[in-house]
Design a protein around this ligand. Structure first.
Ligand code: PEP
Length: 262
């Protein structure tokens, strides 16, 4: 277990998978698999597609399930002529607690820059929710020895203008792009090294209290088998899980990682 007060957060990013019927089944199975002790040790969030949010919210509320509802993306404006977009206030109205911003797929496939990610993070906060701010390098950047500088730029750009107390309460997800959906996982040592680097960056820009409070998730092919060792690292405070979160059995085994730690 990490020797700090940060409660780990394990988040399931369902991406563009599961229609609302499948989403209902998955959240019900997950609720069945998880127990009081699991929720005491770990915070859990699920991030279904927008079309499933209302259905999943209804199940969570009706069955009083202590799983937080999350979204995968948001627009930075509150309302207006932004065809196809969803606003932070719309998500807050659905009791969404966490919103992923700046996932590498949004950055790479939809052209999201650090400025856009920063605006989205601020909009999420303004609506009373917590952003999960993603960062991570490509394989080329890692091979060229640029991983740390790439992540440093993303952290200062994406969190620009936030005060120390706010930074201390948010969630950062370190997701090396080469490890997402590939089956390649960063070694626990490499993941720890970068998560420690992120915490030091936050300490130098926002101070010791912000660095001690911010939760840093690792993401990239997290599975039941590798979760215990990754989560044992002192600067890793949870996981952002893609593929393995689609299956309630796999995801619940990841959430139960403390049972498998020495
Ligand atoms: C992700 O997309 O956030 C992710 C980490 O995916 P996967 O677990 O499938 O690598």
């Amino acid at each position: 277990m990490a020797s700090n007060d940060r409660k780990p957060l394990i988040s399931g990013n369902w991406k563009m998978n599961h229609n609302h019927f499948e989403a209902i089944q998955t959240i019900q199975k997950l609720a069945y698999a998880l127990e009081k002790d699991d929720y005491e040790a770990v915070d859990v969030s699920v991030h279904p597609p927008f079309t499933d949010l209302r259905s999943v919210q209804t199940v969570i509320q009706a069955d009083d399930i202590p799983i937080a509802l999350g979204a995968q993306n948001v627009h930075q404006e509150t309302s207006g002529a932004f065809t196809g977009e969803v606003s932070p206030t719309m998500l807050a109205k659905l009791d969404v607690s966490y919103v992923i911003v700046g996932h590498s797929e949004r950055r790479e496939l939809f052209g999201e820059t650090d400025e856009i990610v920063n605006a989205k993070a601020k909009a999420v906060l303004a609506a009373g929710m917590t952003p999960i701010v993603c960062c991570g390098e490509t394989l080329e950047e890692r091979t060229a020895g640029q991983a740390e500088s790439k992540v440093a730029g993303q952290i200062s750009g994406s969190l620009a203008g936030l005060d120390a107390a706010t930074v201390g309460d948010l969630v950062v997800a370190y997701e090396p792009i080469w490890a997402i959906g590939t089956g390649e996982t960063a070694t626990p040592e490499d993941a720890q090294q970068m998560c420690g680097h992120i915490r030091s960056l936050i300490e130098s820009e926002w101070g010791a209290a912000a660095a001690a409070g911010v939760r840093i998730q690792y993401g990239g092919s997290v599975k039941p088998g590798n979760a215990p060792e990754l989560m044992a690292q002192p600067d890793i405070d949870g996981a952002l899980v893609g593929g393995a979160s689609l299956d309630a059995d796999d995801f619940s085994r990841i959430v139960k990682y403390p049972l498998y730690q020495a």
